[in-house]
Design a protein around this ligand. Structure first.
Ligand SMILES: Nc1ncnc2c1ncn2[C@@H]1O[C@H](COP(=O)(O)OP(=O)(O)OP(=O)(O)O)[C@@H](O)[C@H]1O
Length: 597
């Protein structure tokens, strides 16, 4: 897993600019929320004047209730309006944050699907999940609280100063001189808090990766009796995270305390000075009371900004991870710009007649292994099997073909048209793929199968299930197709899961079906059933299959034999078996394996 270094000041600026750009889809709601909040503050100022005047009239002018009703009614109206504006303003900013978060999740998912599974593997599934979930969630308070708070901290004190100065310039001066203390202190603790927050964020990513891996491999951990050691390790990482969180909280509490203290001292200073001036008669009550009412309101937005500063730090830390994903280069970007600029490369195909791989070399960045010098032309129908010993490069070849390694997409072509990263979705849309362990989702069986074709009718659903040899089983379930299956298909056997995944592939009726040993988990009767269905499918479509058991490839129209990352030979079963080459060796090893067993 790679972590992003702590952003320096210039990077922080660009992260803030990034966060600002992301607010565009909801800018109107954010502005409306801030406008309502500001209007609310103006009403608060007017309310303070009315209240002070009412009390002055009752206490010093001897007015009775009837004489001050003209002041009390507007005051009641203001209180009511303020409650409405406050609720509306908060709702609008929360709505804006929701919109921004959902747009951001979509953007990140789109980019991740372009980057392909290898990017996620390299950066860690847990860390990526953390960015997609916790990271995006961390933006909520940034947009819903910090941004409006930052606007109020400038607008509201300014509005109060504008009305206070003409009323009592001495009080205005006290406000003006004490106000900068709060932002100054915030900046002072800010950089320390920022460093700690970054550290905490990175530790959360480590924890996410670690947990994700361990939860996935829980069965193995249990079998190897390694749960105790792992628990210790998890406890250690959790403890590091706890320390990092406590460090952040310490700074947050300390700065909150200091900000509250500064604000309270400032209000107290104003109160004492007003008190003396009232005592010595150099100030009238109404003015003094207005200043006293407005003093806490003057410091309130600054204090709140202090408490939302944490949201700012979280938002910026999370943004760094998002920018890293969004800026991750698509390795074949250069090719993409070249190929899409030429009109013949914009795929407008009615059908796939052939798929070719030309001079394909793919080496994993962290090892010297991979596949080399691959040249291959696949027809549009027939069963093509890829065989080879473990580590010979079969899965890597398939991953390249499926577009999971964007840097080599330009070595693929359909109907002799070279592909670019932008075209890969065309190929992917035309491929149905079943890996060795297909992923099923927490949903009904019907939804899991229809994932490949959401518009499928009940008839198509049943047909696909029948083709995959799973219809009978589904019909025995009390809820049939509406049976809810757990995450990863819990509640089903390995073979049942695989057949549901097959049904998903069949329903798509994709011109290219790619399978990784589809019958590995099945009993011989079901295996034959599925083999027949696959053979039938291969009559009109291209079926590419990774075969680990050589007896399953007897009927293949072409067998591609991989050895040491290269295509060693290809041909029909009988021809290859008769040669004294890699395939014959594989057959020999398989026979020996059976004999030993
Ligand atoms: N993510 C990876 N990072 C680094 N090297 C890898 C990675 N995946 C595979 N390799 C290496 O690339 C080579 C080809 O691996 P690949 O998984 O394609 O073989 P395979 O024929 O599919 O093997 P198997 O039948 O065991 O699944 C191997 O030497 C393997 O060690």
């Amino acid at each position: 897993m790679t972590t992003n270094p702590r952003p320096d000041r210039a990077q922080q600026q660009s992260l803030r600019a990034f966060l600002k750009r992301q607010s565009k889809p909801a800018a109107v709601w954010l502005k409306l929320s801030i406008a309502l909040g500001t209007f609310n503050a103006l009403l608060m100022i007017a309310g303070a004047y009315l209240l002070a005047q009412t009390i002055h009239n009752v206490m010093f002018e001897g007015n009775n209730l009837a004489q001050v009703t003209h002041l009390l009614w507007p005051l009641a109206g203001i209180i009511l309006l303020r409650a409405v504006f406050l609720a509306l303003s908060e709702r609008l900013s929360a709505y804006a944050a929701l919109k921004i978060k959902s747009a951001m999740r979509q953007t990140l998912l789109n980019k991740l699907s372009l980057l392909g599974p290898s990017y996620i593997e390299q950066h860690g599934q847990g860390a990526t999940l953390n960015t997609l979930h916790n990271g995006v969630e961390a933006l909520h308070d940034y947009y819903a609280k910090y941004l409006p708070g930052a606007a109020y901290s400038a607008l509201i004190p300014l509005a109060i100063l504008v009305v206070i100065f003409p009323t009592d310039y001495k009080a205005g001066l006290i406000f003006l001189l004490t106000a900068p203390l709060i932002p100054f202190f915030m900046i002072l603790v800010g950089s320390k808090a920022e460093a700690l927050n970054q550290k905490r964020w990175k530790q959360l990513a480590v924890l996410g990766n670690y947990f994700f891996d361990r939860v996935q491999g829980l069965t193995q951990l249990k079998l190897f009796n390694a749960t105790r050691t792992e628990l210790k390790q998890i406890a250690k990482i959790s403890d590091d995270f706890r320390h990092a969180t406590l460090d952040v909280l310490k700074i947050a509490f300390l700065s909150s305390f200091a900000l509250e203290f500064l604000a309270t001292i400032s209000v107290a200073l104003v109160a004492v000075i007003i008190g003396f001036r009232l005592f010595f008669g150099t100030l009238d009550f109404a003015t003094g009371f207005v200043v006293l009412l407005l003093a806490p309101e003057f410091y309130l937005p600054l204090r709140q900004l202090g408490s939302h500063y944490h949201a700012r730090l979280q938002g910026i830390s999370a943004a760094a991870d998002m920018v890293a994903i969004l800026n991750a280069p698509l390795p074949s970007d250069e090719n993409a710009s070249v190929t899409t600029s030429s009109p013949e490369n914009n795929l407008t195909l009615n059908a796939i007649n052939s798929i070719s791989i030309t001079d394909l070399n793919f080496i994993y960045p962290d090892s010297n292994e991979g596949i080399k010098n691959i040249n291959l032309t696949l027809p549009n129908k027939g069963l093509i099997a890829v065989v080879g010993s473990s580590g010979s490069g079969k899965s890597t070849l398939f991953d390249c073909l499926l577009g999971f390694h964007p840097e080599v997409i330009n070595h693929l072509s359909i109907n002799e048209q070279s592909l670019s990263t932008t075209d890969i979705t065309y190929l992917q849309n035309n491929i149905a793929w079943i890996p060795q362990k297909a992923t099923l989702f927490y949903d009904t069986i019907a939804a899991n199968i229809k994932l490949a074709k959401p518009t499928a009718t009940q008839q198509e659903l049943e047909h696909a299930a029948k083709q995959a040899g799973v219809l009978e089983f589904i019909n025995t379930l009390p809820d049939g197709f509406n049976t809810l299956i757990g995450e990863q298909g819990e509640g089903l056997s390995g073979g049942q899961k695989q057949r549901i995944a097959l049904a998903r592939a069949f329903i798509k009726q994709a011109p290219v079906l790619v399978l990784d040993e589809p019958t590995a988990h099945l009993d011989s009767q079901t295996e034959q059933l599925i083999q027949d269905a696959i053979n039938e499918y291969a009559k009109n479509n291209l079926v590419l299959v990774i075969a680990h058991r050589l007896n399953t490839v007897k009927h293949a129209s072409n067998i591609i034999v991989m050895h040491d990352g290269k295509i060693a030979e290809q041909g029909h079963f009988e021809t290859l078996a008769a040669q004294n080459g890699a395939f014959a060796n594989l057959l020999k090893t398989a026979k020996q394996g059976v004999a030993h067993a």
